[in-house]
Design a protein around this ligand. Structure first.
Ligand code: HAS
Length: 542
């Protein structure tokens, strides 16, 4: 990666890891408060803390790491960014960072304790919403630079499939732009006028619907960069080949078309949405599971083929041959393994009847600590161990490699305890997002309090994991020996079929994508507008 592009990528990565430090500390305090053994000092509110934790880790750590990674990925595979493209990257970075700072100040002042989902009826200071709007706009500007690079590449290489990693980045950005339009409408037309007092009521159902139109694809915006690492980088690290370029592209395009029209699976218990539309979106949710199953198949195939090449015999002999001492492989692998139960949990959530049991319980928190905070985050850590030294001209030492594997094991142990306890307590009805004082003395709470204490134990182990990873990152950025580190890019297996160009025909995929969105949302949103609560001036406003 060109040094100038590397600097831009590193600027994003720095912010991501600062967010990890502060957000992680809030996570530790979170579990301690819920255990009932600890009270927050200096008048800090439980929801204030929960908002800092959620916003910094789910929104800031992810978005910044993903942009840093994607900039490096495009520069590495489609070529160095032009000055104009890089300039857009910097404008995007500063716009996002000004927005993040504004939103963070409001949360710290307890003026925006509205949780990371920030939909109505919780209300924040208008500066918080403007800050978030700037983060989204900044991401569009930075994304535009990468899309320009992709278009330039295609123009100079007509009729050829683009480099796989660049293609994947563009799918992810396209999905992000389409879905973030929903949250932009919510923020600009509902939340900002309401928080400024221009209107005194807004339609809450509509606010939540616009949020979840964005909120579910958001989770795939986090997941797809992890899949980029699995499909393109891991095969090279293990010395193998990409199983199939076409399968990887198909799976990404399926994410593009199926990940947006599914937001209602977060609103299954909500009145005001006809059950037919909920049913339809649950069916589409099951469709978005398919590309993950394709990914699981492809990864198993990649591992087995390579393990057998190395002499692995019998049904599972190949498994032992994988590079179990290389952190660049082991750390993301632990993330992959976690995705098997995590994905199964997602399918439970999406199943209407079972959702009635788990919705709004701490089971859901357990689900996203496995998906996001284990699968995705461990893959990002694993990627950082080669990406950062590649960008800073350093190398990961043997000791740090070992420490990175230990870190991932600590993370897996802490998360198994914490997330396991969350899943079980959730099935007993323990609520998510509630301060201990609101239920601590209820009769039911005695059943699940042991699990809340287990969560605090797991959370403490995880915090040790955060200190370890930050130690490795600081070492990699400033203290590791100088040298060259590879940005690994896998080659496609010679046995794979040629990639059909239809997989890169944007007209077809975008048409299907827009059709499915309109199909799944037009009638229910029209219903919401028709039946908006009386006096809901927010709706009338727009
Ligand atoms: Fe989810 C709630 C459904 C995936 C994140 N989810 C959430 C929330 C978050 C989140 C943050 O339908 C909470 C939002 C809030 O605050 O209210 N989720 C799903 C489904 C999937 C899914 C069907 N979620 C994710 C991912 C996330 C994420 C990914 C973050 C990155 N989720 C839901 C639903 C709710 C929900 C409901 C709302 C619940 C409620 O009522 O509030 C699917 O995409 C999952 C498919 C995945 C698989 C797994 C495939 C396995 C693979 C690994 C292979 C392993 C290998 C290694 C090769 C089918 C690819 C070999 C290993 C060896 C050991 C040999």
């Amino acid at each position: 990666v060109d040094r100038r592009d590397g600097k831009l990528a590193m600027a994003h990565i720095h912010v991501a890891f600062i967010a990890l430090l502060i957000g992680g500390l809030c996570g530790l305090l979170q579990t301690l408060v819920r255990s009932g053994q600890f009270t927050l000092p200096w008048g800090i509110g439980y929801y204030q803390l929960l908002t800092v934790h959620g916003v910094l880790l789910a929104l800031i750590l992810t978005t910044y790491f993903i942009f840093g990674f994607q900039i490096a990925a495009v520069s590495r595979t489609a070529g160095t960014l032009t000055d104009k493209q890089r300039m857009l990257g910097w404008i995007g970075f500063w716009t996002m960072t000004i927005g993040t700072t504004a939103a963070a100040v409001m949360v710290l002042l307890n003026e925006a304790s509205v949780l990371y989902t920030f939909y109505a009826p919780l209300q924040a200071h208008w500066i918080f919403y403007v800050g978030l709007a700037l983060v989204v706009v900044g991401s569009w500007i930075g994304g535009a630079g990468l899309i320009m690079k992709y278009r330039e590449w295609r123009k100079t290489n007509p009729g050829e499939p683009s480099p796989l990693l660049t293609f994947m980045v563009i799918v992810n950005l396209t999905m992000w732009i389409i879905c973030s339009l929903g949250v932009a409408v919510e923020v600009v037309f509902q939340l900002i006028p309401w928080s400024l007092g221009w209107v005194d009521k807004i339609d809450i159902l509509l606010s939540r619907t616009l949020f979840w139109y964005f909120g579910h694809p958001l989770v795939y915006f986090w997941l797809l960069p992890a899949y980029m690492v699995w499909y393109v980088i891991i095969p090279k690290i293990i010395g193998g080949k990409i199983y199939s370029d076409a399968l990887a592209r198909l799976s990404f395009m399926l994410f593009l078309i199926f990940s947006i029209p599914v937001g209602f699976h977060h609103q299954l218990t909500e009145p005001g949405i006809d059950s037919f539309w909920k049913y339809l979106q649950v069916v589409l949710t099951m469709m978005v599971v398919i590309p993950s199953l394709l990914t699981a198949f492809s990864m198993f195939a990649t591992f087995e083929i390579r393990g057998r090449q190395l002499g692995g015999k019998g049904l599972f002999g190949w498994f032992k041959k994988l590079p179990w001492k290389d952190a660049r492989f082991v750390v993301p692998f632990i993330g992959m393994a976690a995705f098997i139960p995590a994905g199964a949990g997602g399918i439970i959530n999406a199943s209407n009847q079972m959702n009635q049991v788990v919705h709004n319980t701490i089971w859901v928190t357990g689900h996203f600590h496995l998906t996001l905070a284990t699968t995705v985050v461990l893959t990002f850590f694993g990627a950082a161990y080669w990406l950062i030294p590649h960008l800073t001209g350093r190398v990961l030492t043997k000791q740090m490699n070992k420490l990175a594997i230990i870190q991932a094991i600590v993370w897996a142990v802490g998360m198994s305890i914490m997330s396991g306890a969350m899943h079980i307590a959730g099935l007993m009805g323990a609520p998510r997002r509630s301060d201990f004082s609101t239920y601590g003395d209820s009769a039911q709470a005695t059943d699940w309090i042991g699990y809340q204490i287990a969560q605090a134990v797991g959370g403490t182990i995880l915090f040790i994991g955060i200190i370890l990873v930050l130690y490795i990152i600081v070492h990699l950025v400033w203290f590791a020996p100088k040298g060259e580190t590879e940005f690994p890019i896998g080659e496609v297996s010679e046995n794979a079929e040629k990639t059909p160009m239809v997989l890169e025909n944007w007209k077809i995929w975008l048409t299907i994508c827009i059709f499915l969105i309109l199909f799944a949302y037009t009638v229910p949103v029209f219903d919401m507008l028709q039946n908006a609560p009386p006096g809901s001036k927010g709706y009338k406003f727009w």
